[in-house]
Write a protein that binds this ligand. Structure first.
Ligand code: ADP
Length: 621
């Protein structure tokens, strides 16, 4: 038996591992299974690349065994490449990677901070000391005769001696600490393995004893079982053309816990400067928590098929939170911590490429109008969120946004609108409000209809906020038709003289309404209705105001509208003709209130409105 001292940095690392409180100690299993999987990967490579190993009988597998009776030990074995004496010294006595070594040697005395930082490096094997007093590794390198046993209690030294082991591979035996005993349990192991290593591409077996009972419930005996845990295939790593749609669907279910269907699958196997695989799904139906602040992330991060996290909302932008799937990187270190993930360049690159891919797929969906309407119903809002949060992809997102329109029943995008624009049309017109039917019946639309100009109907809360961010589409400005100045581009249907002649009516009405309105104007083009309300260009809309009001930031009456009167309408002309001040006041208010109702506003004083209406009706009858 030979005794060795750990490299200084290993001691520092071990000290931290043992003394820092890790919240999820079960990750040691992930580390050991991942090491076993790597060892199998290496041997697998040799059997295909090296003539000396092409003939060996190799059925890769990972075997878990534990001491069910006394819960004293737990073993993880593999029939991978194995290790010889030199390998054991090199791999389990030193830290080989210089980056890690430098990092560890710079560790300070601040344990809490260090244990956070340490997450970014492959602490791997040593993490087993979180649950074990002593660890034995019995290994035999493939193609060699001798087996060796490495033993350590993680306190500065380890020993290596010759040992017996029938076949190549390695067995890591953990002699469990008092508070590591929970891991000598079938269910604990199974759930941790399924959680972290379900997509390891090699079969993982676990031996356990099944107790048999007779019909009186008395123990009859025990049978030894050895069951495979997990599927042993990383679906996303298989060649794309070998995967059937049903298989994608099944996989979607296991990762999303959604029994619904998928609308689109986006599978990317990238090779080159960065090697990674992404498999994303767009579900048919939105998850229930889509619009909740505490929504669950739908993307799992793997590194070399080893599960890292499913709780990182930064893997994709927030607006794509409906996407489900997997990112598997070959380049990230296994033990990336959350802090590191967020500023990691590799991941940032994968993320931006993924967003482009997903938007590209949505673009494809948009080519089928019917299908896209389905998508838009579920996730259109998210696309619009993207318009104000993802500046880098603004152009792509602009092509994906859809709105209702005065042209037809369906949805319309900016490109389609622009295609239909009249040759001399100066802007993309829209009207925003909270109710589609109110908007469609707005008197403001009259003159646009008469001119054959299409107006987008924006009745989604988010529309207006988004629109104010967009400003224009490919050089064409977006204009709200319920704001002053919007109709400057429209041909005037009324000449200056008619407008001027009606000016005294406007003054009369303004005098009657007083502070209730900002201004009363004679409309240049209103044709059917007696009046309509518009907003000063810089004032927030009704929608915005209601939002501010809901937030307690503003009362609804604070912003005063501009009332436009139609001088060709009988009511307005009659106001011009009468002198009875009380009647002028009643009618002026009724005209204003009617316009307010049509614009979807709530009346400040409904009782007064009722009284006025009754009075006038009685008079008329
Ligand atoms: P990492 O896996 O990040 O390299 P570890 O500390 O987990 O770091 O392992 C150190 C090295 O020990 C591995 O790189 C590998 O060469 C070797 N090793 C660990 N476990 C096994 C195993 N089951 N079979 C063969 N080699 C192993």
């Amino acid at each position: 038996m030979s005794k060795y001292a750990f490299q200084t940095e290993v001691n520092q690392l071990l000290d931290l591992m043992i003394h820092s409180l890790y919240s999820n100690r079960e990750i040691f299993l992930r580390e050991l299974i991942s090491n076993a999987s790597d060892a199998l990967d290496k041997l697998k490579f040799l059997t295909v690349s090296d003539d000396r190993f092409k003939t060996i009988a190799f059925e890769p597998k990972i075997q878990i065994r534990f001491d069910a009776a006394d819960r004293k030990w737990l073993e993880i074995s593999d029939n991978g490449i194995g290790m010889n004496e030199a390998d054991l010294i090199e791999n389990l006595g030193t830290i080989a990677k210089s980056g890690t070594k430098n990092f560890v040697s710079r560790l300070t005395g601040d344990r809490k901070k260090d244990s956070n930082l340490i997450g970014q490096f492959g602490v791997g094997f040593y993490s087993a000391f979180m649950v074990a007093d002593t660890i034995e590794v019995i290994a035999k390198k493939v193609g060699e005769d001798k087996a060796y046993k490495w033993t350590s209690d993680g306190k500065g030294e380890y020993t290596i001696e010759e040992a017996n082991r029938e076949s190549f591979g390695a067995t890591v035996r953990l002699n469990l600490k008092e508070d590591g005993k929970e891991f000598a349990n079938r269910w604990t192991l199974e759930s941790a393995i399924k959680k972290y290593s379900n997509h390891i591409p090699f079969p993982i077996f676990m031996e356990y004893e099944q107790v048999e009972y007779d019909d009186k419930g008395k123990e009859k005996g025990k049978t030894q079982k050895n069951d495979q845990i997990g599927s042993a295939t990383a679906l996303w790593k298989r060649p794309k053309n070998s995967i059937k749609p049903e298989e994608y669907q099944e996989f979607y279910k296991t990762i999303s816990h959604d029994s619904g269907e998928i609308m689109a699958t986006i599978h990317t196997q990238a090779e080159g400067a960065l090697e990674y695989t992404t498999l994303f799904f767009i579900p048919k139906r939105a998850p229930f928590d889509l619009h909740r602040m505490d929504y669950r992330s739908g993307v799992k991060l793997y590194v070399k098929r080893v599960f890292i996290t499913d709780d990182d909302k930064e893997l994709l932008p927030v607006y794509l939170r409906f996407v489900r799937g997997v990112i598997d990187s070959e380049d990230l270190p296994l033990n990336v911590s959350r802090e590191i993930l967020q500023q990691n360049k590799i991941l940032a690159n994968i993320k931006s490429a993924s967003v482009k891919k997903i938007l590209g797929e949505i673009k494809k969906l948009s080519e089928d109008k019917e299908k896209y309407a389905e998508f838009h119903k579920e996730f259109g809002r998210c696309v619009k969120e993207g318009l104000y949060s993802d500046y880098a992809n603004k152009d792509e997102l602009l092509e994906l946004a859809r709105f209702k329109t005065t042209k037809d029943e369906g949805l319309c995008g900016f490109a389609e609108y622009k295609e239909r624009m009249k040759a001399d049309q100066k802007a993309i017109y829209y009207i925003a409000g909270l109710s589609e039917s109110l908007l469609r019946n707005s008197p403001l639309l009259e003159s646009y209809k008469a001119e054959g100009l299409e107006v987008l109907i924006m009745d989604d809360e988010i529309d207006e906020i988004v629109i104010s961010q967009i400003g224009e589409y490919k050089g064409t400005p977006l204009k709200a038709i319920n704001k002053s100045g919007a109709d400057d581009d429209l041909p005037k249907t009324r000449d200056e003289e008619t407008i001027k002649a009606a000016e005294p009516i406007a003054q009369k009405v303004k005098k009657a309404l007083g502070d209730a309105v900002k201004e009363v104007k004679i409309s240049a083009r209103l044709s059917g209705s007696p009046a309509c309300l518009i907003l000063d260009e810089n004032d927030p809309s009704v929608q915005m105001r209601q939002m501010f009001k809901a937030m307690g930031a503003m009362s609804e009456s604070e912003i005063k509208p501009i009332l436009e009167l139609n001088p060709s309408h009988e009511i307005i002309q009659k106001i011009g003709a009468i002198e009875d001040e009380a009647l002028i006041s009643d009618v002026s208010f009724l005209v204003l209130e009617q316009a307010q109702l049509i614009a979807g506003m709530t009346l400040k004083d409904p009782a007064a409105f009722g009284a006025r209406l009754s009075k006038i009706l009685a008079k008329a009858m």
